[in-house]
Ligand binder design. Structure first.
Ligand code: 2BA
Length: 145
């Protein structure tokens, strides 16, 4: 079964055909209030989404759990922070990124710890995402060939 992982044709494959383009990816901006970010997350159904600036540069990820965590006071959930804090105050900045010409092998390795990776160009501009789902779908296709 694991012979597939030795399939050089698969491992050297470029990831381009698996990518979800930026215009189809839910995202928020650095200076959006947490309330807006939470709305986008809940409405889109996603757990975590990219954070961009006005020039589409990638700065981080924001998730429902980061937002909820940031609202916790010592005894209460401080709901007013949803309006008083912005995404840049609480986002995760250690973001897994890859370039568009990365190989499938590299993406497969990153997907072990990350449900999705952001694809950026040489200037750090956000281009697309690569999800664990599309990686597994390709592995499955090769397994059943
Ligand atoms: P999660 O939101 O935790 O989603 C986990 C998996 O649940 C997704 O895996 C997908 O299979 C399914 N899923 C969740 N919400 C969905 C929806 N609204 N429509 C269809 N399927 C949905 P993946 O597709 O591998 O995505 C992995 C992660 O990539 C997602 O984790 C999310 O954080 C991010 N993601 C995927 N597509 C996105 C998009 N269009 N915009 C923003 N973020 C996206």
């Amino acid at each position: 079964m694991f012979d597939i992982l030795k399939n050089q044709q698969l491992m050297d494959k470029e990831i381009e055909e698996l990518l979800i383009p930026a215009e189809k990816v839910a995202h928020v901006q650095l200076n959006n209030p947490l309330e807006h970010a939470l709305l986008v997350l809940v409405k889109s159904g996603y757990t975590a989404i990219p954070v961009l600036d006005t020039k589409d540069k990638l700065h981080g990820l924001i998730s429902k759990s980061i937002i909820l965590d940031s609202l916790l006071g010592l005894e209460f959930i401080e709901v007013d922070k949803l309006q008083n804090k912005i995404v840049a105050d609480v986002m995760e900045t250690d973001v897994p990124t890859i370039q568009q010409d990365a190989t499938f092998a590299r993406a497969l390795t990153l997907s072990i710890n990350h449900p999705f990776m952001c694809v950026v160009d040489e200037n750090g501009l956000f281009v697309s995402i690569l999800t664990r789902r599309s990686i597994l779908a390709l592995v499955s296709k090769y397994l059943h060939m």
